[in-house]
Design a protein around this ligand. Structure first.
Ligand code: PLP
Length: 405
């Protein structure tokens, strides 16, 4: 008898976090031990640390087509978003008080905008359509004389849709010919390392990225800030990071981020093939499980995310049942897990309550294998059937169905 290989644990929650690449760990280790200097020190220990940081800055800049001095190291995606949104808004307040963002931004942007509203800024939250995309016309018509900042994410963390950032960037550039103080930030935490990201091509003034989303360490990220764009630093103190972010730099994490960025660049082309595996999963699920819905535009999306709603069941129950089978997936965004609030992203996309509750995100990494996807397909249909059997919603729907005949 031929034995099929079944992995014992399968991780398909790579949009929440990814495993550290072994090369990244190896690059970081010396900076925890013999190369422990403070990068601001003049002696050789300090200069070694400074050299390693310079190399990492170059690696991150190269990944996104930025210049060396346009990269600010911060503690992660959340801080990068805060620094961009609050830093730009506060710095250019005398030029206007209007900010444009979307209804389905990550809380790192959404809640920062909400806190700016309390400080007197006016914020427009653009709608998201059923396909999970903002419309450039909506951005255009929301811009007023007072607008100083537009912050729209590059790829969404729940459904993976890629927003028309390049078109919005073009629009901003056009308007800036007459109005100098209009800036464009994008949260590219989910897209960097998954799809090509070039700050010049996108036409953005600021861009956030985070190490742990592309096989780097947690607690480290970077903000790209176009030369000439000023920000109010949010962490004040010494003159680190050209006075844009104070505090002794986390050299091991920065080295890890740089190494992860270089690996991401090397693997970017090949990573696009992960879409084949994702599409295979979607195709097979369609064949094996009735009454499901795929969420988000099928064309403009990351290659590694599938977001699927299963009628009649709770995503939470499905997640737990799959976890018992050794399969890790997610419902809603990682940062809102632990709360029972329905996903604001799917709500903004206009899904019914039931479809929002029954949604699951499968997110792949460059380490995901065919055997792992086959494992998903070997357990998922049975788990869904079992949960539906005990679902009052399902029973109700079946009773109505039978009543028809
Ligand atoms: C789109 C997006 N922005 C920001 C963040 C926050 O990044 P970090 O976890 O590095 O703070 C996340 C994390 O899930 C994200 O998906």
């Amino acid at each position: 008898m031929i034995e099929t290989y079944l992995p014992s644990r399968v991780y398909l929650d790579n949009s929440a976090s990814t495993k550290l690449a072994p090369e990244v760990l190896a690059a970081m280790l010396p900076y925890f031990t013999e190369q422990f200097g403070n990068a601001s020190s003049i002696h050789s220990f300090g200069q070694q640390a400074k050299g390693a940081m310079d190399e990492a800055r170059r690696q991150v800049a190269t990944l996104i087509g930025a210049d060396f001095n346009e990269i600010v190291f911060v503690s992660g995606g959340t801080e990068a978003d805060n620094l961009a949104v609050r830093g730009i808004a506060e710095n250019y307040r005398s030029k206007g008080n209007h900010i444009i963002t979307s209804e389905f931004e990550h809380p790192a942007v959404r809640n920062t905008c909400a806190s700016l509203e309390k400080q007197g800024f006016r914020v427009t939250y653009l709608p998201i359509y059923e396909n999970g995309l903002v419309r450039v016309e909506d951005v255009k018509s929301a811009i007023t004389e007072d607008t100083i900042l537009i912050s729209i994410m590059h790829a969404n963390n729940e459904v993976g849709t890629i927003q028309p950032i390049r078109e919005i960037g073009g629009l901003v550039k056009e308007i800036r010919l007459e109005r100098k103080h209009l800036f464009f930030h994008t949260d590219a935490v989910q897209s960097v390392g998954k799809t090509p990201v070039d700050v010049k091509l996108l036409g953005v003034d600021a861009l956030s990225l985070s190490g742990h989303k592309f096989h780097g360490p947690k607690g480290i990220g970077a903000l790209y800030l176009r030369k000439g764009v000023r920000i109010n630093p949010q962490v004040t103190g010494g003159r680190h990071e050209k006075e844009r972010r104070a505090g002794t730099e986390n050299v091991p994490a920065i080295v890890g981020l740089g190494c992860a960025a270089e690996l991401a660049k090397e693997n970017l082309l090949e990573f696009q093939n992960i879409a084949l595996l994702r599409d295979y999963l979607e195709r097979e699920i369609t064949r094996l499980i009735p009454e499901i819905k795929f969420n988000g535009d099928k064309e403009s999306r990351l290659p590694n995310i599938a977001n699927i709603s299963f009628s009649y069941i709770e995503g939470e129950a499905l997640l737990i049942a799959l976890d018992l089978k050794g399969l890790a997936v997610s419902t809603g965004s990682a940062c809102s897990s632990g709360s029972t609030e329905p996903s604001p992203v799917l709500v903004a996309m206009g899904l019914s309550k039931e479809m929002v509750r029954g949604s699951i995100r499968f997110s792949f990494s460059r380490y995901t294998t065919q055997a792992e996807v086959d494992y998903v397909l070997s357990v998922l249909p049975e788990v869904v059937t079992r949960l539906r059997r005990v679902s009052p919603l399902y029973k109700q729907a079946m009773a109505i169905e039978q009543h028809k005949y």
